[in-house]
Design a protein around this ligand. Structure first.
Ligand SMILES: Cc1cc2nc3c(=O)[nH]c(=O)nc-3n(C[C@H](O)[C@H](O)[C@H](O)COP(=O)(O)O)c2cc1C
Length: 323
């Protein structure tokens, strides 16, 4: 299926976020509406190594189409066209609906290997990777990029054109440069320039925190879909809520009682009690951040290792006994 038909009526995409958008988070986000979700970024080399060692299930816990309804986009990071193509093929077989190539990760460890945002400085290699991946799979391929390496080398429109001619069916543009990391404001004028320079769908990303933000950015930039990242931390309902508001659904539910407990339970199911308790800490901190007593709650949560105790403290803090 083409990206255009896959996107269909989806106006909102949950951004890939390493350490956040795992299976439990994606399930919770989808409870609230019609949203496309994306896996955390996955190193292409790790996929192939796992395949070789036959440890696929354990290593690839990040995605399993047998338990997750489409559409799910799977994001790969890497620098070698052959390895990226092989990893993409494997993930398509596992059921990924979209293969997304990471060309935006700013982290040193990643850019030092010529992957992530470093590919924005190497358009030739970027094109080769996109072409190899697009040839290897029949699922649509997207490229997630930033505006450029820094303010002196803005090249998102050029890279988007390269992506289009190399066979990508869409691009996702985060309106910051690599040099900015997450500082400053996303530049939606530049995102609009990208939209105007290609005919494939463009998904715009950066600083969307509400339905009003999404509506304004969709109209002003002309992008097909918006992607939400940090706005979903502690608010996994935001994508579904924004989509419903854009669909003019006046019946949007704005109480999310109990979501935090559903999320906690899913994490324990996924990772077991011992690891799940540790992994839940950051989410509990995001859920509670605007509530009175959040700092004390966070300190307590960060000192606990016992699941039953964590559950009790969480129920008490959010007033959710018996939910
Ligand atoms: C904790 C965290 C993890 C992230 N991990 C990824 C990732 O794995 N792949 C990726 O392409 N972008 C990643 N990003 C970037 C987001 O997908 C998104 O582009 C960025 O946060 C800007 O959107 P926002 O303003 O809506 O947050 C991450 C961002 C955060 C905050």
């Amino acid at each position: 299926m083409s990206l255009k038909s896959l996107l269909g009526s989806f106006k909102v995409f949950l951004a890939p976020m390493a350490g956040v958008t795992d299976y439990p988070f994606r399930q919770i986000a989808r409870k609230f509406g019609h949203v496309i979700v994306c896996s955390e970024m996955i190193a292409s080399r790790a996929v192939l190594e796992a395949l070789k060692n036959n440890k696929v299930r354990r290593r690839l816990h990040f995605f399993d189409a047998t338990r997750e309804a489409p559409p799910v986009s799977l994001q790969l990071v890497g620098y070698d066209p052959y390895i990226m193509a092989e990893a993409a093929k494997f993930n398509e077989q596992l059921g990924a609906s979209i293969i997304d190539i990471n060309m935006g990760c700013p982290v040193k460890k990643v850019v030092n290997t010529e992957a992530g945002a470093a590919l924005m400085k190497n358009e030739l290699l970027a094109g080769k990777i996109i072409e190899a991946v697009a040839k290897a799979v029949s699922a649509p391929v997207t490229v997630k990029m930033r505006l450029g390496w820094d303010s002196k080398s803005i090249n998102a429109s050029t890279l988007a054109k390269i992506a289009e001619s190399a066979g990508a069916q869409g691009v996702i543009v985060h309106g910051r440069t690599r040099a900015q990391f997450y500082e400053g404001k996303a530049d939606w004028l530049e995102i609009r320039r990208v939209k105007e320079s290609v005919s494939i769908p463009v998904i715009g990303n950066g600083d969307i925190l509400s339905a009003a933000d999404a509506k304004e950015r969709l109209e002003a930039s002309g992008v097909n879909t918006v992607m939400i990242g940090r706005g979903a931390l502690g608010r996994p309902w935001i994508c579904g809520e924004v989509q419903r508001r854009l669909d003019c659904d006046a019946t949007v539910v704005s109480t999310y009682n109990g979501v935090v407990l559903q999320h906690l339970r899913l994490m324990i199911e996924e990772y077991g009690k011992e690891r799940g308790v540790l992994m839940a800490r950051k989410h509990l901190s995001w859920y509670s951040r605007e509530m009175p007593g959040a700092a004390h709650f966070r300190n307590t949560v960060n000192s606990l290792r016992d699941y039953d105790e964590l559950l009790r403290v969480t129920e008490e803090f959010f007033g959710l006994h018996g939910v």
